[in-house]
Design a protein around this ligand. Structure first.
Ligand code: SF4
Length: 298
């Protein structure tokens, strides 16, 4: 516990008292509506899903086998660890029938050591029927929904080919909260055409919604993505902040977000070989230590 904000482990310890909990990623073999032609193609311009899919995650394997591989990965270090099955890759609720979602969630919930379920999705792939289905599942164990909101500015969302609006985010969060789900938002700072001040506006708008957590990170330019090509051509309209500038931004975000909302993280770290910028050379825990130093000075 730190004196400035609720971090993710403190948040989880309130829901799972006395238990150390770790997310294990599961790939449900989905796509996204802005990739597969449902509303567009190409996906979000900054996205390469490989940057956040662990090596043990294989969509060709059944859910239980993916979880077994993930558990083997973590349990060597922490034998008493419990797990959250994290349907992270792409958009879990996109083009999935109710029976398929139920089957996958039930398979995960029945896995030994799994104490909660987490699904990653988009605000435009979440309606009342999905909320109701997940709400029923949440009766058996805690269920967390993480929405990729990224920005509260529709012009930015159009620019990076998200294919949804901020209004979609507000509606989806309301549905999830009404269904009794633990709800979190994913936000990116430094998107094309935005300043860090704009990102703080998004943090502020997000923190006023009925969410329990935010996951914040800097924009990363990943080699091979459409954004990387724009960056190379000089048309991306991005200014990569210096590390100190980004630290100051995070300190301000901490001031805005009250303790009701946990901050899961401040930075993301793509594999070095895939990352074009920024190259701050800090691991996540080193960044957090620097931020805490700055917060204590303030
Ligand atoms: S919705 Fe998520 S997974 Fe899909 S293209 Fe965008 S960032 Fe990537």
């Amino acid at each position: 516990m730190n004196p400035w904000y609720t971090d993710y482990s403190e948040y989880l310890s309130r829901i799972f008292p006395g238990v150390k909990v770790q997310k294990i990623s599961v790939d449900a073999g989905r796509s996204c509506p802005n990739r597969d032609g449902t509303i567009g193609t190409g996906g979000c311009s900054y996205c390469d899903n490989r940057t956040f899919t662990p090596g043990y995650c294989r969509p060709s394997l059944p859910v239980a086998e993916q979880l077994a591989l993930g558990k083997a990965f973590f349990s060597r270090k922490y034998p008493l660890m419990k797990y959250l099955a994290y349907f992270q890759s792409y958009t879990f609720t996109h083009r999935a029938s109710a029976s398929e979602m139920k089957r996958m969630l039930a398979e995960a919930a029945a896995t030994d050591g799994v104490v909660g379920l987490v699904i990653g999705t988009r605000p435009d792939c979440f309606d009342a029927s999905v909320a109701s289905l997940l709400g029923k599942t949440a009766g058996s164990m805690p269920l967390f929904v993480e929405f990729g909101a990224e920005s509260s500015f529709d012009a930015t969302l159009r620019r990076v080919n998200r294919g949804h609006t901020w209004r979609d985010t507000v509606s989806a969060v309301a549905l999830a909260a009404d269904a009794g789900l633990h709800c979190g938002l994913h936000l990116i700072a430094g998107l094309p055409g935005e300043t860090l001040g704009d990102a703080l506006t998004t943090v502020d708008r997000a923190a006023s919604l009925p969410i329990e957590s935010v996951k914040l990170h800097q924009l990363q330019i990943i080699k091979g993505t459409p954004l990387w090509r724009e960056w190379k051509e000089g048309t991306a309209d991005i200014r990569i902040p210096e590390l100190d500038e980004y630290l100051a931004f995070c300190a301000e975000a901490v001031r805005i977000v009250d303790r009701r909302v946990a901050i899961e993280r401040f930075v993301s770290q793509a594999p070095a070989g895939m990352l074009e910028a920024p190259k701050w050379g800090l691991k996540n825990h080193e960044f957090t230590a620097r931020l805490h130093r700055l917060l204590s000075e303030k």
